[in-house]
Design a protein around this ligand. Structure first.
Ligand SMILES: [Mg+2]
Ligand SMILES: [Zn+2]
Length: 190
């Protein structure tokens, strides 16, 4: 586990928050998304999306559709010279309508499971890594997995409580993903 990574919440952080994204027309990147991710990649960070997708457990979308959304997201990022290295998602819910997704899992944020799995599979070092998300549960996920964490004020960001929950203190609270990328670059070892 040696490489640094930036773990990214998807909805409200990388793309516009649209509730359950169940139609491709709802997919919209922020104007700065590709630039921000390109900067982080150039600085040597592996880029990993970690996203709760209870819409799957609820039967609103299925896993093939989620795959299409991520393929389309990657296609649009590529046009801006950026790329996500890997997507991780949690399809579970404790009280899921669909039985095969009904479980108490370690991967649903604020659980650290997706970051832990990514670190193991991709050889990433959480201590050198960052988590960026618009909600305190994203911060908690990063803190729980041993990364530093930044909360952004896009998506649900402005509606979140002012005070962090226990064990979810952010290293920074910033306007958006581009500001977060700049903060990471300034706080990276040379
Ligand atoms: Mg979010
Ligand atoms: Zn899960």
């Amino acid at each position: 586990m040696t490489k640094p990574a930036v773990f990214l919440d998807r909805d409200g952080t990388v793309i516009e928050e649209r509730g359950y994204l169940d139609r491709m027309e709802l997919l919209e990147l922020f104007p700065w998304t590709a630039d921000a991710l390109r900067l982080l990649k150039r600085a040597g960070y592996t880029l990993v999306v970690v996203t709760n997708q209870s819409a799957i457990a609820r039967g609103i979308i299925d896993e093939p559709f989620l795959g299409q959304v991520h393929h389309e997201l990657s296609t649009r990022l590529a046009r801006g010279g950026a790329a996500i290295d890997r997507y991780y998602y949690c399809p579970h819910l404790v009280d899921a309508p669909l039985e095969r997704y009904r479980q108490t899992c370690r991967c649903r944020k604020p659980g650290p499971g997706m970051i832990e799995q990514a670190c193991q599979e991709l050889g990433l070092d959480p201590a050198r890594s960052f988590m960026i998300g618009d909600r305190w549960l994203d911060v908690a996920c990063g803190v729980g997995a041993g990364t530093r964490a930044i909360r952004v004020l896009t998506g649900h960001g402005p509606a979140e409580p002012a005070e962090p929950p226990v064990n979810a203190n952010a290293n920074a609270i910033l306007d958006n993903l581009m500001e977060a990328a700049g903060w990471i670059l300034r706080n990276s070892p040379r």
